[in-house]
Design a protein around this ligand. Structure first.
Ligand code: ADP
Length: 396
C-alpha cells in the first residue's frame, strides 16, 4: 500500500489530498489559504471532521512543512517515509507534454519556460513543486497537465485561421484545459456504458466556475471549447467565453481602459456575473431567476444556450454521439442548467427523463432507456487521476 499526495498549488494557496493506493481511499484532504499573507488559514479534514487553524504561513515551503507535520500529528500517517509519491497539477504543458511527466530538472525547466503561455498559473505550480522538493527531496514527483489530454486534437481543431507563422513562431493555437477532468469522466462513462472507449463518441461538459466542453472520440480529445487560454468557449461564472475579437479595441476606445484591463473584464467581470449584475455563482443566479429577476433569467439562458450549441456542433464534428456527460459543480448539481442544455436535442436522439434529471452530485444516467444517446451525470475526480498517474509514471 502506498500513500500518494495530490497537490494543486495556486499563488497563495495549496490544495491537497492524501490517497492510499491502489485502494484510492482518500485518507485526508484540505486547503492552505492566504499563504504569504497575514492570517493564513490551514484547513484539513480528519476522520470526517473539519479542522481549521489561523496562523501566519510565510511561504509554500512552510505550508508544506506544516501539512506534513499535521499528517503525523493527527495520526494519518506514522512517518513521512510512508509518502511514496507526489502528484502536482500543472496548468500548462504546451506542446511539450502530451502525458504526465516525472519531475526532473529538465521537466521543471520546461514548465518554467511555459510560463509565457500561462503567466498566472505555471509559476504558482512551480512554487508548489519546489516547496515539496525542499522538504521531501527524495520522494518522486509527477506533473499532471491540464492541457495534456487535448494534445491529441488534430491540426484542423487546434489551429486558428490566422497567419500560419503565428503558430510556428509564437505557439498560437488552441491548447484546451480541464483535460484531467474530461479524461476521468469519459473513461468512467465508458465503464458505465459497458463499452470499450475506442468505440465511443462522447461529449463531455465540465461546468464549474470555469466551463469547457470536449469532443472525445475513441478515448481521444479531438476538440474542446477552451483555447489558447481558458477564456475561449462557453460563457462561465466570470469569463465571457468567445466574443468578436474586434470588440477589444472598441471597448478600449469607448471606456479608456488598456488591453490588460479589458482582458481582466473578460476574465473576471463577464459571464454570469456580468450579464446578471448579481453574482458569478450559479446558485444565486438560479434563485434570483426563480424570483423573476430579468437579468438573472437572461444570464441562465445565455449560459445554457452556448453549451447547447456546442453539443450540436460536436455531434456534427463526430458524425454522431453516443453519450453526453455532465460534470463539475454545475454539471453535477444543476437540473435547471441540464434541462435547458438538453431541451430540443430530441432531433439528434437525446431523450432525457425530467424525473431522473433531478439527481445531484452522484453518478446517474438521466436518459430514458430507449434513448439512442445516453446522458450521464458523473462527479469529476481530478485528484484521483493525479494519484493514478503518480503510480503509473513513477512506477510505484
Ligand atoms: P471550480 O471551477 O471552482 O472547481 P466548481 O466545480 O466547484 O468550480 O463549480 C462551482 C459552480 O457550481 C458554482 O457556480 C456553483 O454555484 C455551482 N453549484 C455548486 N453546487 C450547486 C447546486 N447544488 N446547484 C446549482 N449549482 C451548484
Amino acid at each position: 500500500m502506498s500513500k500518494i499526495l495530490a497537490i494543486n498549488a495556486g499563488s497563495s494557496s495549496l490544495k491537497f489530498q492524501l490517497f492510499d493506493m491502489p485502494s484510492e481511499e482518500v485518507l485526508t484532504k484540505g486547503l492552505v489559504e492566504r499563504i504569504g499573507l497575514e492570517n493564513s488559514i490551514f484547513n484539513m479534514t480528519v476522520n470526517g471532521e473539519k479542522k481549521k487553524e489561523v496562523m501566519d504561513i510565510a511561504d509554500h515551503s512552510v505550508a508544506v512543512q506544516l501539512l506534513l507535520q499535521k499528517l503525523t500529528e493527527y495520526g494519518i500517517i506514522k512517518s513521512l517515509d510512508e509518502i511514496e509519491g507526489i502528484g502536482h497539477r500543472v496548468v500548462h504543458g504546451g506542446e511539450l507534454f502530451n502525458d504526465s511527466a516525472l519531475i526532473t530538472e529538465d521537466t521543471l525547466q520546461k514548465i518554467e519556460a511555459l510560463s509565457d503561455l500561462a503567466p498566472l498559473h505555471n509559476p504558482a505550480n512551480v512554487i508548489g513543486i519546489k516547496a515539496f522538493q525542499d522538504v521531501l527531496p527524495n520522494v518522486p514527483a509527477v506533473a499532471v497537465f491540464d492541457t495534456a489530454f487535448h494534445q491529441t486534437m488534430p491540426e484542423e481543431s487546434y489551429l486558428y485561421s490566422l497567419p500560419y507563422e503565428y503558430y510556428e513562431k509564437y505557439g498560437i493555437r488552441k491548447y484546451g484545459f480541464h483535460g484531467t477532468s474530461h479524461k476521468y469522466v469519459t473513461e468512467r462513462a465508458a465503464e458505465l456504458l459497458g463499452r470499450p472507449i475506442e468505440q465511443l463518441r462522447l461529449i463531455s461538459c465540465h461546468l464549474g466556475n470555469g466551463a469547457s466542453i470536449a469532443a472525445v472520440e475513441g478515448g481521444k480529445s479531438i476538440d474542446t471549447s477552451m483555447g489558447f487560454t481558458p477564456l475561449e468557449g462557453v460563457a462561465m461564472g466570470t469569463r465571457s467565453g468567445s466574443i468578436d475579437p474586434a470588440l477589444i479595441p472598441y471597448i478600449m476606445h469607448k471606456t479608456g481602459q488598456d488591453a490588460d484591463e479589458v482582458i481582466n473584464v473578460l476574465n473576471k467581470k463577464s459571464g454570469l456575473l456580468g450579464l446578471s449584475g448579481l453574482s458569478s455563482d450559479l446558485r444565486d443566479i438560479e434563485e434570483a431567476a426563480e424570483n423573476g429577476h430579468p437579468r438573472a433569467k437572461l444570464a441562465l439562458q445565455v449560459f445554457a444556450d452556448r453549451i447547447h450549441k456546442y453539443i450540436g456542433s460536436y455531434a456534427a464534428r463526430m458524425c454522431g454521439v453516443d453519450a453526453i456527460i455532465f460534470t463539475a459543480g454545475i454539471g453535477e448539481n444543476s437540473d435547471v442548467v441540464r434541462e435547458r442544455v438538453l431541451r430540443g436535442l430530441e432531433f439528434m436522439g437525446v431523450y432525457w427523463d425530467p424525473a431522473l434529471n433531478k439527481v445531484r452530485g452522484k453518478e446517474a444516467f438521466i436518459n430514458y432507456p430507449h434513448s439512442p444517446v445516453k446522458v450521464i451525470v458523473i462527479p469529476t475526480n481530478e485528484e484521483v487521476m493525479i494519484a493514478r498517474d503518480v503510480v503509473r509514471i513513477a512506477g510505484i
